[in-house]
Ligand binder design. Structure first.
Ligand SMILES: Nc1nc2c(c(=O)[nH]1)N[C@H]1C(S)=C(S)[C@@H](COP(=O)(O)OP(=O)(O)OC[C@H]3O[C@@H](n4cnc5c(N)ncnc54)[C@H](O)[C@@H]3O)O[C@H]1N2
Ligand code: MOO
Ligand SMILES: [Mg+2]
Length: 437
């Protein structure tokens, strides 16, 4: 059976990030958070744009204050008060100073700022009571960034600091990668929507909801294609349409060996290439991964789901679609999503780094068990203890792949390698981070 690391390598090596020319759009800065920058940003402004003061105090000529002390202060005449945003009016001559506030422009003639705390003021005279360093407290023009050089590289995620940098450089419409399009299908004749009153044996389609949420959190554009019954024609139609309209298709259910587990057969009949259908992990063994190639033929667009903006009319430029047939058991579906689909979406989205799964080493305060046959994923919560060390707290209750109830509050998965049957309390375990903590 294929090992998890082998499956991961097969998938991630096949992921071709979005095209930095074709797969982009301009967005308003206030809606750009979470998006991936598609082209490097350059500014025509220096930062700082002007020599300015880092302190409230007095700007002086260094030669006037180089030998002063509390006993022998330099006494300078104050010729002007300069506030931020104001253009200085005077040139500072020997024996003169200007009152200056933080962020205000340095006047000609002055080369040093003395902070207020080492000065004493008497009317329009200032007594400088300590010698500063030459050029002290002057933020030199261009010392943080020089106009024309690269301000931000392509392939980074825009968060608050980057949005601030773009605002400062007046880049109010950054060019970002379009969102990755992900279609989600639930298969199973027993499935009903959450608002349906249940007949005997029916199961609520929880996978579609949880996966939709995860896809949205990955900043992708999620299309819920609903429930499709275990009927070859119906599934075939749903998959064909999803593949034509998406970068990634995720289905859940129908990938094991049951009489109605049709997914693999249908992918093949539609011309998809199956790369594997089983992985040595628990949960998540029956996982089907396939790729579809497609020509340039125009394809019918899907209707946007209400949760997504309906303004995106960009043509679909990608020539291939990645298909994840996740197992139907709710925990198996989410664990395989976290382990394989999440990094795929991130890599596809144009991120140049940080798309890889994030593992940390954590202490376990309780014994962890596995049958040792496959790489085993146990769900729980990661936190920092009083010593600043990661701890993994196993979720209480049944760790069955059908039990989605104790998956609530999961932010991490402990990973026990194949061949390991236990990790004792107080030992370290490898943990995959899957949410915020
Ligand atoms: N003989 C064998 N049987 C099974 C094997 C095996 O190796 N040999 N593997 C088991 C494992 S492991 C898993 S995981 C499941 C995978 O099954 P499928 O992907 O074929 O999924 P289904 O049969 O359609 O459903 C399984 C289970 O999950 C529930 N389900 C399905 N979709 C949803 C949904 N959208 N929301 C909530 N729950 C869902 C479904 O009702 C079933 O209870 O196969 C084992 N069998
Ligand atoms: O892999 Mo199944 O996913 O163990 O329940
Ligand atoms: Mg099945």
């Amino acid at each position: 059976m294929l090992q998890v690391s082998e499956a991961e390598a097969i998938i991630l090596n096949l992921v071709q990030p979005l095209d930095p020319q074709q797969d982009t759009e301009f967005v308003d800065l206030l809606t750009a958070d979470g998006r991936i920058l598609a082209t490097p940003v350059t500014s025509q402004l220096d930062f700082p744009q002007w020599d300015n003061s880092a302190m409230d105090g007095y700007c002086v000529r260094y030669e006037d204050v180089q030998h002063c002390s509390a006993e022998h202060p330099a006494v300078l005449e104050i010729v002007e008060e300069i506030t931020p945003g104001k253009e200085p009016q005077s040139t500072i001559q020997p024996g003169q100073a200007a009152r200056i506030l933080t962020g205000a422009l340095i006047p000609t003639g002055a080369d040093t700022v003395v902070m207020q705390e080492v000065t004493r003021r008497e009317e329009n005279r200032v007594f400088i009571e300590a010698t500063p360093q030459p050029q002290q407290f002057i933020r030199q023009r261009g010392s943080y960034y020089q106009a024309g050089t690269q301000l931000l590289p392509a392939g980074i995620k825009l968060n608050a600091p980057e949005i601030g940098v773009l605002a400062a450089s007046q880049s109010i419409q950054p060019r970002v990668y379009r969102r990755v399009r992900v279609s989600i299908i639930s298969t199973g004749s027993e499935l009903v929507t959450p608002d349906t009153s249940l007949q005997t044996g029916q199961i609520v389609d929880s996978n579609q909801y949880a996966l939709f949420c995860l896809v949205k959190q990955a900043e992708a554009k999620a299309h819920m294609l609903g429930i499709v019954k275990d009927d070859v024609e119906a599934i075939e139609q749903a998959i064909a349409s999803a593949v034509a309209n998406s970068d990634i298709v995720i289905s859940s259910g129908g990938v094991s060996v049951g009489d109605y587990d049709y997914i693999e057969k249908i992918i093949e009949s539609l011309g998809g290439k199956i790369h594997f259908n089983t992985v040595a992990m628990k949960p998540g063994k029956p996982l089907t991964f396939a790729t579809f190639s497609r020509g340039d033929a125009p394809v019918e667009r899907l209707h946007d789901t209400p949760d997504n903006d309906a303004t995106d009319t960009a043509p679909i430029g990608r020539l291939s679609c990645l298909y994840f047939g996740l197992p139907g058991n709710p925990v198996s579906a989410l664990v395989t999503y976290w382990r394989f689909v999440q990094p795929t979406i991130k890599k596809l989205s144009g991120l140049t780094s940080g798309w890889e799964p994030k593992f940390v080493k954590a202490l376990t305060p309780q014994d962890l068990y596995s049958d040792g046959k496959r790489e085993t994923y146990l769900w729980g919560q990661l936190s920092l203890n009083g010593e600043g060390v990661y701890e993994f707290h196993l979720a209480s209750g049944s760790h069955s792949s059908g039990n989605l109830i104790n998956l609530a509050q999961t932010n991490s998965l402990a990973v026990l390698p194949a061949g390991t049957t236990s990790v004792s309390k107080g030992e370290h375990v490898k943990v995959l981070q899957v949410g915020n903590f």
